[in-house]
Ligand binder design. Structure first.
Ligand code: ATP
Length: 248
């Protein structure tokens, strides 16, 4: 369904993604694991197209030169030069690192803003689903985003992304800074989202352990390169991967 191949990103002369190729089928949850600075967010920006906006902004302000190349095919179409807003319409939706919810708006307003691409009927139906998969948000509907806990903000960020009717949801480090209990809850909800909505999901994280139970397949990024890939079992059976990414 989504196939990125030979992705290269340079920030000036710094190579941030080096010939990275990843695939995600329509019913899969894919993990992308890597340490700080491995290139996880750069990959998510390349897939979602946000990189084109960042590049344009840098060009206009005389900032750094960003070079992006490679191919991103989605449902048979080449997307590498498609604007992020058009990619979102095509069904590729990013839930960015650090959540970036609207802190002054209420939970319900945040969700409704997320639904701007949806028909009123889709928005109403998706809102019901979001409040079912994250019951805590139901009780917090009228609370402003800035007053939510980190875990609640993450639920809201995922809920808002769902409102945009993704076919593929990109979750960039959704578990950062959250308790193990909250992490487990979010991963259960993520699996439920895939199972019930048939949405493909790509998740990046530094540590694989909380994510690995729900992934079908995963890639390991090191210094901008995809150095390993495999099924959950293949990665868990590899002693280097176990010690570096599973903490066992
Ligand atoms: P983290 O876990 O810290 O978010 P990451 O795996 O998401 O890390 P990226 O943010 O993609 O990593 O960064 C990859 C590399 O590119 C890092 O060395 C980072 O310092 C560098 N980098 C990221 N954004 C820029 C930028 N706008 N200009 C220059 N270098 C950048």
């Amino acid at each position: 369904m989504l196939e990125a191949s030979g992705l290269m990103v340079f920030y000036e002369n710094m190579l941030a993604l080096n010939n990275v190729s990843i695939r995600c089928a329509s019913d899969q949850i894919i993990g992308v694991f890597g340490a700080n600075s491995a290139g996880k967010s750069t990959l998510m920006y390349a897939l979602s197209g946000i990189m084109l906006d960042i590049r344009k902004k840098e060009e206009m302000s005389g900032g750094e030169r960003i070079t992006l190349s490679g191919s991103i095919r989605f449902e048979g179409r080449e997307l590498i030069n498609l604007k992020p807003s058009r990619r979102a319409r095509a069904g590729i939706v990013l839930c960015p690192e650090r959540r970036r919810i609207f802190k002054e708006s209420t939970v319900l307003e945040n969700l409704k803003i997320g639904g701007y691409l949806a028909t009123p009927r889709q928005a109403a139906e998706t809102l019901d689903f979001v409040l079912r998969v994250f019951p805590a948000l139901n009780r917090l509907k009228n609370r402003v985003g800035g007053f939510l806990s980190g875990g609640e903000q993450q639920m809201l960020a995922i809920g808002r992304a769902l409102m945009a009717q993704p076919k593929i949801l990109l979750l960039d480090e959704p578990l950062m800074g959250l308790s193990p209990l909250m992490q487990a809850m979010l991963m259960r909800a993520t699996r439920e989202i895939r199972d019930e909505r048939k949405i493909a999901i790509i998740i990046t994280e530094q540590y694989a352990r909380p994510v690995i139970p729900i992934v079908d397949y995963a890639f390991i990024l090191e210094n901008g390169s995809a150095v390993m890939e495999g099924t959950r079992q293949e990665l868990m059976d590899n002693p280097d991967v176990r010690s570096a990414y599973f903490g066992v």
